[in-house]
Structure formats: structure tokens, C-alpha cells
Write a protein that binds this ligand. Structure first.
Ligand SMILES: CC(C)(COP(=O)(O)OP(=O)(O)OC[C@H]1O[C@@H](n2cnc3c(N)ncnc32)[C@H](O)[C@@H]1OP(=O)(O)O)[C@@H](O)C(=O)NCCC(=O)NCCS
Length: 160
């Protein structure tokens, strides 16, 4: 049985649960597109929690919960950069990311942002295309000496 997720703002107390979800999403949902070495470089099994705390403090972070359990999260910059979007493997393809993204886009529109940007993984590219983003560049970035493919994507927001 599933119920609609509820959304709430992140606090520092959510740090370890958020990082655990990030790690689980990468290791559980990207295996068709990235090798084990790539996944390990992208999401080390022993994450740098202090680094994560600093990173998340600089972002607007929204959580989706199902019956009190974290189902996904999104994080963005005030300038329109969608930095992080991750869904728990057990909750994938149930609209969690769509719900989080819709709230983030609404907030950015309300703030008068004219363009959204993200760097999407091979897994996330179809999600962002479905939200109206276009690929502007294919990028291969190094993480821990391992190359990872991603796509710089943009979406213009109309004034209305
Ligand atoms: C990408 C991700 C956030 C999508 O989360 P989700 O909650 O499963 O997405 P939704 O259920 O809201 O998907 C909405 C639509 O996006 C598209 N989509 C989502 N995941 C997809 C996938 N793996 N392959 C193809 N299309 C996908 C589909 O059109 C989907 O609609 P449908 O299920 O009716 O076909 C999730 O797969 C994830 O965390 N992936 C691993 C980490 C990652 O790559 N994060 C993004 C970093 S840039």
C-alpha cells in the first residue's frame, strides 16, 4: 500500500538520513548506466558528513516523506540551479521526484528566476526532459579519478 508523500524543509537533524538516501539511490538505481567503480566514486560508502553539512547549508533543501520515512529530496540554489534530486530505490517511479521538482520550480518561478539549470545523470536525463529541460552539453567529469558522464541541461521559464 502506498500513500502520497508529504513535503517539508530539511533541517540539520536530517543530515545522515539524506546522505544515506543519496548513497542508496546511486547504488540502487544507476547500475544500468554506471559501473560499480563509477558508483563508488560518485557515492563513497563512507561519506564525508561534514562536507555534506556545509554543502546542504548553502542550498534550499526539501524532503519527501512517506509515513515518516524519507522517500526523496531535492536541493537547489536561489539562482535556479537544481543541484541534487534523489529518490529512495523502494519509492522509485512513483512520482516522488516529480512532486519535489514541481515544488522547487514553483518556488523559483515565484522568486522571478527566468532559467533553470541542472547537471543530469544518464538516469535523470529522461526525468528532466519530461520536465521540459533540454541538453546543452555532454560532460565527462572526474570523481576520485573516475570519469562520469552527465548532461548540462536548461529550461527557460516563461513570465506567466
Ligand atoms: C532520477 C530520479 C530522481 C527519478 O526519481 P523518481 O521518483 O523515480 O521519478 P518519478 O517517479 O517522479 O518519474 C517521473 C518520470 O520521469 C521519467 N523517469 C524517471 N526515472 C526514470 C528512469 N530511470 N528511466 C527513464 N525515465 C525515468 C519517467 O518519464 C517518469 O514517469 P513514468 O514513471 O510515468 O514513466 C531517481 O531515479 C534517482 O534518484 N536516480 C538516481 C540518482 C540520480 O541520477 N539522481 C539525479 C542526479 S542528476
Amino acid at each position: 500500500m502506498s500513500s502520497l508523500p508529504s513535503l517539508r524543509d530539511y533541517t540539520d537533524a536530517d543530515l545522515s538520513e539524506v546522505v544515506a538516501l543519496y548513497t542508496a539511490a546511486i547504488h540502487g538505481l544507476t547500475g544500468d548506466h554506471y559501473t560499480a567503480a563509477q558508483r563508488m566514486a560518485w557515492a563513497p560508502l563512507q561519506p564525508d558528513l561534514a562536507g555534506w553539512r556545509e554543502r546542504l547549508r548553502g542550498l534550499r533543501v526539501l524532503l519527501a516523506e512517506e509515513r515518516g520515512v524519507l522517500a526523496g529530496f531535492i536541493a537547489w540554489d536561489a539562482d535556479g540551479h537544481i543541484d541534487l534530486l534523489f529518490t529512495a530505490p523502494a519509492c522509485a517511479r512513483r512520482g516522488v521526484a516529480g512532486m519535489l521538482y514541481a515544488r522547487a520550480e514553483a518556488a523559483l518561478r515565484a522568486a522571478g528566476v527566468g532559467e533553470l539549470r541542472t547537471e543530469a545523470s544518464l538516469v535523470a536525463r529522461p526525468f528532466f526532459e519530461g520536465q521540459g529541460f533540454d541538453v546543452v552539453e555532454v560532460e565527462d567529469v572526474l570523481r576520485g579519478g573516475v570519469s562520469l558522464r552527465r548532461f548540462a541541461m536548461r529550461k527557460r521559464l516563461s513570465a506567466s
